[in-house]
Ligand binder design. Sequence first.
Ligand SMILES: C[S@@+](CC[C@H](N)C(=O)[O-])C[C@H]1O[C@@H](n2cnc3c(N)ncnc32)[C@H](O)[C@@H]1O
Length: 270
Amino acid sequence: MTPDDFNYISALLKNRSGLVLSQDKAYLLESRLMPVARNSGMQSVEELISKMRMTSDSGLITNVTEAMTTNESFFFRDQKPFDLFRDELLPELMENRASEKSMRIWSAAASSGQEAYTLAILLKEAGAKMAGWRCDIVGTDISHEILDKAREGVYTQFEVQRGMPIQLLVKYFDKYDDQWQIKPEIRKSVAFKYFNLLDSLKPLGKFDIVYCRNVLIYFDPETKTKVLSEIAKIMPPDGMLVLGGAETVLGISERFTPVKGKRGVYELVQ
Ligand SMILES: C[S@@+](CC[C@H](N)C(=O)[O-])C[C@H]1O[C@@H](n2cnc3c(N)ncnc32)[C@H](O)[C@@H]1O
C-alpha cells in the first residue's frame, strides 16, 4: 500500500469513527479490508481504496469503517465493573431515584451486546426490589453489522463460556444446537441503536449510568476529551461513568473525577 493510500484511509477512519491507525497497524488494513474488496467484486485493497478515492462511495466508506472496528467483547468483562454495579452503583441509584422509580443505563460501545445483556441480567437478578421500577438499557454502536448480532442475542459456546456463569447461562439463555440465545425477556429489555460517539449525544437523552468501555482506547486524546465532554452533558449530577481497565479521565477531561474506592468509576465534577 502506498503511503498516500495509507494516509487517505487513516484520515477517513479518524474522521468517521475516531479510530487512530498508526503506521505499525497498517497490516490490519490488508487483513480487514480484503474481504470488503472481495465482497464488492474487487481483487485487491489497492483497487478498493482507489475506487473510494475516485467515487467517495458512501456504502464502501461505511463498510470499510465497520470492517476496521474491533468488536471484541464478552459477558462480565473484567468482572469488577459488574460487581460494582450490583453491589454499589445500582443500590445507590435506587436510593437516589426512590421517588421516580426510573433509571436509564447506557452501554456506549455495545458491540455484540454482551455488556448491555450483562447489565440486564444483573437487573433481573436484583429481583423483587426492582418491582415497579422502569429501567431502560440502551446499547449503541457505530457498526450496523455488530448491532444486528446484538439484537439477535445469539452466541457460540466459546462466547458464552468467556464470562457467563453457568447458573446464569442456563437461567437466561435458550440452547439451539451449539448456539445459545438470550431469552426474549432479557433481549426485550435492551434497545440497540446505531450511534456514532463523535456526534452530539443529546438525541439519546439523559443516562444515570454510562458504561463506555474499551472504545476510548482507539481514539486520540483530543477525541477522548470531546467524547467525555459530550457524555458529561447527558448525565445528571449524580450520574456514574464506568470506563475500561486501560482508560481514564486523568489528563483527558476535567468534567469527571475518579470515585474513591470504585476503580474504573467516575463522577461529574460539580
Ligand atoms: C472493543 S468493543 C467494546 C465492547 C464493550 N464495550 C466491551 O467493553 O466489551 C469497541 C466497540 O466500539 C465501537 N465503536 C468504535 N468507534 C465508535 C464510534 N465512533 N461510535 C460508536 N461506537 C464505536 C466498535 O464498533 C466496537 O463494537
